[in-house]
Design a protein around this ligand. Structure first.
Ligand code: C2O
Ligand code: CU
Length: 554
């Protein structure tokens, strides 16, 4: 294992991700940011300089558990103070497990402004993956808005509410096409994109040789969109999800929610004289965004030869039965089974409500607000008055709640949002979806846990029927280990994890505007066992004041 050092500077810059020039947040002049590639067991050291002129920044390493280094998790107001303009913070952490990961901004809505990149961990020397392949292709998927994140954030907190709407384009490795199609001949009403020219939005070309097997690494860091990926004429075999191996299964296409990552194997066994489309389209919400296309280029065909056939069609956005069928097929392979029983069950009801007239998402009727003093510092230093409120969140929401109707009480509150977990407890969380404020609306929410992988024990429709019903029917035999799990409209999802990683961890919906509107909670796990916090992680808010008082006294 070795240490890999990076010097990064984050800055705003002009860029044309979908051929329209906008401002993006880039790293070292690149968008998306540089790909980190490492081997399991390596230590990653990123010296991150904030080159934004007037706002803080942090970077979260999505899927990396940060065992023993909770202050390097990169969540503003949770694991650290945001890095001020012109200042540098050093992230140092071990990538202990091979897999497909990514990193992204975790302050305000900076992820949606383009602050993201890939993080790929190969097996350690001498180790082998449980499947074989000849080559690898990496696809980082995102969605892109033409409005700035500042306009978006003002809209979300305005009364009347202004929703951000659907994205203008979908991006593959930071490239998309707005208002034109690479496959216009097959797309009624679309105009053909003007050829080469703009290097920022040139089509993504994936070069392959015939009769080989490729590992496609696919991760989604979308702000809003749930996606589906298909490759014309080719089957896909799913082998990895969120950095964990899964029992291989064959599909024509995969669904991928924000925060998910997959590896799929693809064999180049089709007519070698042609190229093929890779198509990425929207699912789960009525799409207003054209699919993103890339070209699977069978060498030695010219890359510029566009596939003659139509791109594969994205399955109907509202075919949730199909989405569920895909999701339910994902099962663990060689992963340890979960403990047979749990010590605690936390039931989290997701509702849409209002606070002071402003629309919020809340969990057991508390909407998450992020305090000036990061939770890790305030909890470790015992500064409870620095939490957003004294009100503790509840482990249940009460059985009678009717998930099929808008909330009877449309108003939500502020709490401290903190679930205190004992060390080494087995914790079950049941995420319960419900109707939003408007009638007959219930949305998809992909929930992501920091600091852990969890077993996904089961999914169901309607209200979770506790011990008598659903709890007895969970999969304890071969559930997949993941770090992100979706809840389907009006449904529930049950997960289990062991609180064996002292720290303070965010658990939230990975849809950026939903998180911004309060859709998350904090798990504080054996904080007394957390090692000494780096000063730079606590040099703000009440922890800074406490540190200065301590320094003065000393
Ligand atoms: Cu990738 Cu807290 O998120
Ligand atoms: Cu959500």
């Amino acid at each position: 294992a070795k240490a890999r050092h990076f010097r990064w500077e984050v800055s705003n810059m002009f860029w044309s991700p979908d051929c329209e020039e906008k401002v993006v947040i880039g790293i070292n002049g690149q968008f998306p940011g540089p790909t980190i590639r490492a081997k399991a067991g390596d230590t990653i050291v990123v010296h991150l300089k904030n080159g934004l002129h007037t706002e803080g920044v942090v970077i979260h390493w999505h899927g990396i558990r940060q065992i023993g280094t909770p202050w390097a998790d990169g969540t503003a107001s949770i694991s650290q103070c945001a890095i001020n303009p012109e200042e540098t913070f050093t992230y140092r952490f071990v990538v202990d497990k091979p897999g497909t990961y990514f990193y992204h901004g975790h302050y305000g809505m900076q992820r949606a402004a383009g602050l993201y990149g890939s993080l790929i961990v190969d097996v350690a020397d001498g180790e082998e993956e449980p499947f074989k392949y000849d080559g690898e292709l990496n696809l980082l998927l995102s969605d892109w808005y033409h409005e700035s994140i500042y306009t978006q954030m003002v809209g979300l907190s305005s009364n009347p509410f202004r929703w951000i709407g659907e994205p203008q384009s979908l991006l593959i490795n930071g490239r998309g096409q707005f208002n034109c199609s690479l496959a216009a001949a097959h797309t009624p009403g679309a105009k053909q994109c003007a050829g080469a020219g703009n290097r920022h939005c040139a089509p993504v070309i994936l070069p392959v040789l015939p009769n080989k097997t490729y590992r496609l690494r696919v991760a989604s860091t979308t702000s809003l969109a749930s996606l589906n990926l298909a490759v014309g004429n080719h089957k896909l075999t799913v082998v990895e999800a969120d950095g964990n191996y899964v029992e291989p299964f064959d599909v024509d296409d995969i669904d991928i929610y924000s925060g998910d990552s997959y590896s799929v194997l693809l064999t180049t066994d089709q007519d070698t004289s042609a190229n093929y489309w890779v198509s990425v389209g929207v699912r789960g919400r009525q799409p207003k965004t054209a699919p993103a296309l890339a070209v699977l280029n069978y060498r030695p065909n010219r890359a510029s030869r566009l596939p003659a056939s139509a791109p594969p069609a994205t399955p109907a956005w509202d075919d949730f039965a199909r989405s569920k069928a895909f999701t339910y097929r994902i099962l663990g392979r060689g992963t340890p089974p979960p403990p047979a029983t749990s010590d605690r069950r936390i039931e989290l009801l997701n509702t849409q409500n209002r606070m002071g007239g402003v629309v919020k998402w809340s969990i057991n009727n508390m909407s998450m607000v992020l305090p000036a003093t990061p939770y890790l510092g305030s909890l470790k230093m015992g500064l409870r008055s620095a939490l957003p409120s004294a009100a503790r969140p509840s482990d249940t929401f009460g059985r009678g709640y009717d998930v099929t109707r808008p909330p009877a009480n449309p108003n939500t509150t502020v709490g401290d949002n903190v679930y205190v977990l004992a060390h080494n407890a087995t914790v079950d969380v049941v995420l319960q979806n419900a109707n939003a404020l408007a009638r007959n609306v219930s949305e998809v929410h992909p929930w992501h846990l920091h600091g852990h992988d969890f077993w996904v024990l089961g999914y169901g429709d309607g209200a979770f029927r506790g011990d008598a019903g659903d709890a007895a029917a969970l999969n304890l035999r071969n559930p997949p280990l993941r770090n992100t799990a979706v809840i389907f409209p009006y449904g529930w999802t049950a997960i289990r994890f062991v609180s064996d990683n002292p720290g303070v961890w965010a658990f939230h919906c990975h849809i950026e505007p939903h998180l911004h509107m309060g859709m998350g909670v904090i798990f504080a796990e054996a904080v007394d066992r957390v090692g000494e916090l780096p000063k730079a992680a606590v040099s703000c808010g009440a922890t800074a004041t406490a540190l200065m008082a301590g320094a003065g006294a000393g």
